[in-house]
Design a protein around this ligand. Structure first.
Ligand SMILES: Nc1ncnc2c1ncn2[C@@H]1O[C@H](COP(=O)(O)OP(=O)(O)OP(=O)(O)O)[C@@H](O)[C@H]1O
Ligand SMILES: O=C(O)[C@H](O)COP(=O)(O)O
Length: 411
């Protein structure tokens, strides 16, 4: 049994749609990325059917620099949909309700960042979330709920798990396709070596999943923040915050024990960077062997060339390669060597390959690689790796339960 989709939803209704438009923000400017392009398909389809489309989404986490309004997202989404997208700087107050009520058939509205609403976080079970004021208020002004945010489906937040208990609930097109691809992956087995490239900034997410994927993955190739934290656990003087950074120390506190136990138990399956890259005094990329680092005085922004060579060889020996997170700050070309090197190696072999992560998948387009050279490119990060472990996703579970109940009810 699975969830219902837009095909099961009669057109011409007022539909509340949860998207995942969480995007990189550079100097206050929201960066366009594949999430807009993919979600635009669902939004356009609903608008073209004559639905009144009320979109909600999140951006960043409270307290972080990228925790900003969705005003810019509305303009970017409009470009991809090819229709106007109105924006209202309110989540469920009178201004939001008025804007929802004012919609005509085929019109699209984007509400303010749902994480600005107190009821959205923290994580609680769907029953609790369905009773919060945010969910109860919006539910009164729409006819149905569509969840298209597969990439946030591992979170038990109000906008993701609350509505299916109080409204007819359906999966959007992105939810449908990502769910199919990623769930199928979890049940696949491979005869040869399975490799996972682990990087990015959300070390806490990936480290817990590494532990859970123990049986399924033969080789982990590490980079990014998680990579440095593992180097720290292995005794190198790296993996800590310097010069106003906020990436390492908290994540080290939260994960040090797990990292040590993963290293202890699966050390043979974990390959760490041999060298790291940084910006020298002339603004150029420079590299240093990890053995030669005496003290971390500045950020390491990529893995070094020897590491790329070593990782390239492992990839070419693999039957399946899963990528979660970039090996470096690839948005800056000087520090794209690790991420692009590994992606190129994957693209050149015929292994089964999945590249996941809202940010990471952007590297494929940025550096002229073709999506066709990978088995699946997911716009999901945390949800995709959780699906690999075979774990269910709370926001998918409630959609399935809602469909089951409807079926049971009508049987
Ligand atoms: N050494 C580094 N220093 C700073 N940033 C880094 C470093 N290595 C990787 N990154 C950044 O990590 C980001 C990707 O990290 P993230 O954990 O968000 O992964 P993702 O899998 O793409 O996304 P998500 O889980 O958000 O969908 C990239 O934007 C890249 O710039
Ligand atoms: O970008 C993501 O991976 C999703 O939007 C979830 O974001 P979160 O990790 O801040 O919950």
């Amino acid at each position: 049994m699975s969830f219902d989709t837009i095909d099961d939803l009669d057109p011409g209704q007022r539909v509340l749609v949860r998207l995942d438009l969480n995007s990189p923000v550079e100097d206050g400017t929201v960066q366009d990325n594949r999430r807009f392009e993919r979600h635009a398909e669902t939004v356009r389809e609903l608008a073209e059917r004559g639905d009144r489309v009320v979109c909600m989404a999140h951006q960043g986490r409270p307290g972080d620099d990228d925790f900003v309004s969705l005003r810019q997202h509305a303009d970017i989404l409009a470009e991809h949909v090819g229709r106007d997208v109105r924006f209202v700087p309110d989540t469920y107050g009178p201004e939001a309700v008025e804007a929802i009520e004012a919609l005509d058939d085929g019109e699209i509205l984007l509400l303010e960042n749902v994480r600005m609403c107190e009821d959205e976080l923290p994580e609680e079970d769907p029953g609790v979330k369905s009773r919060c004021e945010f969910v109860r208020t919006l539910a009164e002004h729409v006819d149905a709920y569509v969840n298209d945010a597969y990439s946030a489906a591992h979170r038990e937040h109000a906008s993701l798990v609350g509505f299916p208990l109080v409204l007819p609930a359906y999966a959007g097109r992105v939810m449908e396709s990502e769910y199919e691809a990623n769930t199928a992956i979890a049940s696949r087995t491979f005869d040869g070596q399975v490799t996972m490239v682990v990087g990015g900034t959300k070390a806490t997410d990936v480290i817990s999943v590494m532990e859970a994927l123990d049986e399924k993955v033969d080789q982990f190739l590490l980079g990014g923040i998680a990579g440095e934290l593992f180097l720290r656990a292995a005794g190198y003087p790296v993996g800590e915050d310097v010069a106003g950074m906020d990436l390492f120390d908290d994540q080290w506190e939260a994960n040090a024990d797990t990292i040590r136990s993963v290293l202890d138990e699966r050390g043979d399956a974990i390959t760490l960077a041999l060298d790291l890259a940084y910006e020298d005094d002339d603004g150029e990329r420079a590299e240093i062997d990890v053995e030669d680092v005496e003290e971390k005085t500045q950020g390491f922004l990529d893995v070094g060339s020897d590491t790329v060579e070593a990782y390239d060889a492992v990839v070419r020996d693999s039957e399946a390669v899963f990528v979660k997170g970039a090996l470096g700050l690839f948005e800056d070309e000087r520090f794209s060597v690790g991420t692009v090197g590994v992606l190129e190696a994957i693209a050149e072999t015929d292994c089964f390959s999945v590249v996941g992560g809202g940010d990471t998948s952007r590297a494929i387009e940025m550096y002229g690689l073709s999506e066709d050279d990978f088995s699946h490119v997911s716009i999901a990060g945390g949800a995709y790796i959780r699906a690999l472990t075979g774990d269910s996703l709370p926001a998918v579970d409630v959609l399935v339960e809602a469909a089951n109940e409807r079926d049971g009810g009508s049987a």
